[in-house]
Design a protein around this ligand. Structure first.
Ligand code: HEC
Ligand code: HEC
Ligand code: HEC
Ligand code: HEC
Ligand code: HEC
Length: 195
């Protein structure tokens, strides 16, 4: 238990609750300690049928953000202060996964891949799902301030229920941006987005 506390020293409240729920000895206890409004992520046997690009490690938002209710900002740490939301580093993952090894064979296999990369000191090469061409600029922080910290779903869909991230809206289409800017009376000057 002491090791656990030390390893998890940097983990935020939501994350800690998640791990403690997971680390409890019996599956029943695990269930009863899961946050009340969390979803139960389904068991997935056919990953080939999931939408979105296949990632090098099968990292599931429906488990982390849905079932264990880890805040988006715990991992996408700069979303309200910078144009780039931030992709979590290995350290963020390993704060939990030095301890959490997985409860079934498929999660153990995926977590083992993560631990191997950690040992080799290699980052995970995630495949990007949403991106704009270089001539267009999208500042996350401005949108989060105006639309609120839970506005992610407006553009990305309900990621907390996605086993694998896929594109819900055509965020990489100028019309998508302009439609909302018109509705909300935000500037449509070309130079706002193109510079
Ligand atoms: C706050 C704690 C926490 C953090 C941070 C965390 N995880 Fe997890 N992770 C868990 C828990 C709890 C489970 C559920 C384990 C189980 O029941 O098998 C899990 C399961 C997994 C699994 C197996 C199930 C699945 O998703 O396919 C993988 C792979 C995984 N995590 C990868 C990652 C990666 C990569 C990161 C960093 C981007 C990360 N985790 C960050 C707690 C965490
Ligand atoms: C435990 C860490 C963790 C948490 C919590 C988390 N994410 Fe992520 N997120 C990742 C990682 C790692 C990736 C890159 C791999 C992937 O696409 O699955 C990612 C990718 C994404 C992407 C796709 C990025 C792209 O390539 O375009 C979106 C959108 C996203 N997350 C939104 C969210 C939202 C919204 C929440 C909260 C509901 C959330 N994330 C919670 C770790 C996390
Ligand atoms: C108004 C629409 C909108 C909202 C709201 C929004 N995003 Fe995004 N997101 C985008 C667009 C557009 C991109 C592609 C940006 C680019 O290529 O520069 C993106 C890209 C991302 C990426 C990939 C970044 C990378 O470096 O790989 C992540 C992760 C992400 N968003 C997370 C979030 C999270 C978490 C929230 C909520 C806190 C959120 N977004 C809210 C539109 C949005
Ligand atoms: C769901 C609504 C919505 C969508 C979709 C949206 N925006 Fe915005 N955007 C806003 C709001 C609201 C503001 C005003 C923020 C403020 O007042 O600071 C804003 C502000 C901006 C700004 C700063 C404007 C300034 O005056 O400095 C830029 C740049 C921007 N958006 C680019 C984009 C791009 C690029 C896209 C598409 C990828 C996009 N937005 C999609 C709602 C949206
Ligand atoms: C709110 C943000 C925003 C504003 C304002 C905006 N654009 Fe765009 N524009 C984008 C985004 C995002 C893309 C990239 C996606 C695409 O090609 O549709 C883009 C793409 C383009 C393209 C390339 C299309 C292609 O097929 O490659 C041109 C040309 C363009 N914009 C011109 C303009 C002009 C001219 C204005 C002013 C009248 C303007 N844009 C205003 C966001 C914006």
């Amino acid at each position: 238990m002491r090791t656990l506390a030390i390893v998890l020293g940097g983990v935020g409240a939501g994350g800690l609750a998640a791990v403690l729920a997971f680390a409890s000895p019996s599956p029943q206890a695990q269930q009863s300690q899961a946050p009340a409004d969390s979803i139960t992520a389904p068991v997935i046997s056919d990953t080939g049928s999931l939408k979105g690009p296949r990632q090098p490690i099968f990292f599931r938002h429906d488990i982390h953000a849905g079932q264990f209710k880890i805040q988006c900002q715990y991992c996408h740490y700069s979303v309200d202060v910078s144009p780039e939301p931030g992709i979590p580093t290995m350290q963020t993952c390993m704060g939990c996964h030095l301890v959490v090894a997985g409860s079934d064979s498929s999660s153990r296999t995926e977590i083992r891949k993560l631990r191997e990369l950690w040992t080799e000191m290699k980052p995970v090469e995630w495949i990007r799902v949403h991106f704009l061409p270089r001539h267009a600029h999208f500042p996350h922080q401005r949108h989060i301030k105006a639309l609120g910290p839970t506005a992610c779903a407006t553009c990305h869909g309900d990621v907390s229920r996605m086993p694998q991230v896929f594109k819900v809206n055509q965020v990489d289409n100028m019309g998508f941006c302009i439609t909302c800017h018109v509705e909300r009376g935000v500037s449509r000057d070309c130079s706002v987005c193109h510079y």
